[in-house]
Structure formats: C-alpha cells, structure tokens
Design a protein around this ligand. Structure first.
Ligand code: BEZ
Length: 247
C-alpha cells in the first residue's frame, strides 16, 4: 500500500467510507455464530457492526494505528498484509470494504482469501471499480507529470471491471453469485483538499512541494467536481461482489 494510514485523520476525513458500507454489509448478511475475517478492517467500524450481529470477527490491517483503533472497539485485530494471509480453512466468510483497490497484486490476495475460507465459505467485498475517481486521477496525473513524476508508479491503484475481477475469482475456484459496477457520486463534506490529504498521503510523502500539489489538484478539479453551491462530490464507482469457495 502506498498510503500510511493514521486512525485520527481517517476518522475526521473518511468516516463516510464505513458509513457507506451498509450495502456490502447487507450482501454479507452475517449470521450468528459465524467466524468472519474483515480484510483491511481499518478502525474496526464495520467489524464492530458485524460483531453486533452475533458473528465472531477477526480483523487484519497493515496499519498499526488502525489496528490499535480497532482493538479499542474490542475487535480481535491483527497487524498483517492482505497479500500474506496465513489463515487456513477457518472462516465462514471473508469481508472487505474499500481496501482491495489499494493492492495491485489481486492474485496474492485471492490466494490467501481462498485458503482462509472453509469450503462453501463466501467472499463478499466492495472496492473501487473501473472508472473510479477517474477525474481525480486525471488531475493528479497531470499535476505530477508537470513535476516529472508518474502517478501510477508512486501510487498504483486497481479499479477492475466486473469481467476482469470475475475472471480472477473464477481462476481461484470461486463461484460468483453476484458482481456489479455501481456509480456512486459521493459527497465530501470536508472538501477535496481534505480528501486528497487523507487519500493521497503516499503521493504527498514522495514529492518536494505537497502544498502546491494540493492547491493545483483542487483547482483542476473544481469545474467538474464542485457544484454551484460549493459542495464537492467525488466520482466514485464501486465494484461489489459475492462469491463462494467450492465445497
Ligand atoms: C475508494 O474508491 O474508496 C478510493 C480509491 C482511491 C483512493 C481513495 C479512495
């Protein structure tokens, strides 16, 4: 992952990520007594909702600050990478929200998820899909190009089409129950600058003039993502799916 996550900043500027997690939680439909892995649990907000439905939840996150925040919510959160999962045949479901697009090595993730699930277990997740934050990426790419920096090298992201992701799931032996691309323009109550500060920290840490990068990117995006009343709306597109590991 190219971003370094800080639980405090994330709670302030990105609480909407878990607030908008209801649809994928509904698709997961956790049942009492199930053992569920929340992959990229962040500060544990959704893991806590899953636990409140009677499931036993293990969270994994690569950020120590997020793991600490999830533990405060009483989640069994563990520090680890989504590409190096070590669980074997032990979960009824693996769940993930707004994480998989940060990890270009989808094969390594799916390998670990398939191994972690018991036969018949389900993998239910939402990530950025094809076209996600396209305007934002174009603006970032141009602003960085002017500095001789390639955005996709310093901050790669993975926004697959349903067909592409279905192919990866099929290859891993999953049977796909549903997979869809959902455009979801998302209001940013804290504005675009805060969004960039939270979600492009990996870029800001790699350049000499992060403040000018923020100013220029915000300016470039204003005509397309800021409405006449001054509200910022991000051009999110979600890919949501449910798949079952072969029995
Ligand atoms: C998202 O789709 O949730 C997302 C993608 C890239 C950066 C930040 C958020």
């Amino acid at each position: 992952m190219s971003n370094v996550w800080d639980a405090g900043g994330y709670r302030k500027n990105a609480a909407f990520v878990s607030d908008l997690g209801d649809a994928v939680l509904e698709l997961l439909a956790p049942r009492k007594g199930e053992r569920i892995l929340d992959l990229g649990c962040g500060d544990g907000a959704l893991a806590e909702s899953i636990a409140s439905m009677g499931a036993s939840v293990v969270g994994v996150d690569s950020s120590p600050s997020m793991v600490d925040a999830a533990r405060v919510r009483d989640i069994d959160a563990r520090l680890g990478s989504a590409t190096e999962l070590t669980f074997e045949n032990e979960f009824d479901a693996v769940f993930s929200n707004a994480v998989l697009h940060w990890i270009p090595d989808a094969g390594a993730v799916l390998d670990g998820v398939a191994r972690a699930l018991r036969p018949g277990g389900r993998f239910v997740a939402e990530l950025g899909g094809f076209g996600n934050i396209a305007a934002i990426r174009v603006a970032q790419r141009l602003v960085l190009e002017n500095r001789g920096i390639d955005l996709d090298s310093i901050s790669p992201q993975f926004f697959p089409t349903p067909r592409e992701y279905q192919g990866l799931l099929d290859r891993q032996g999953f049977s796909v129950s549903s997979i869809e691309l959902i455009p979801r323009p998302t209001p940013l109550p804290q504005g675009m600058r805060s969004w960039l500060e939270t979600f492009s920290r990996g870029v800001m840490n790699r350049i000499a003039d992060p403040e000018s990068y923020l100013d220029e990117t915000v300016r470039a995006l204003e005509p397309s993502l800021r409405d006449t009343e001054g509200n910022w709306i991000a051009d999110y597109v979600r890919l949501r799916f449910s798949a079952v590991k072969a029995s």
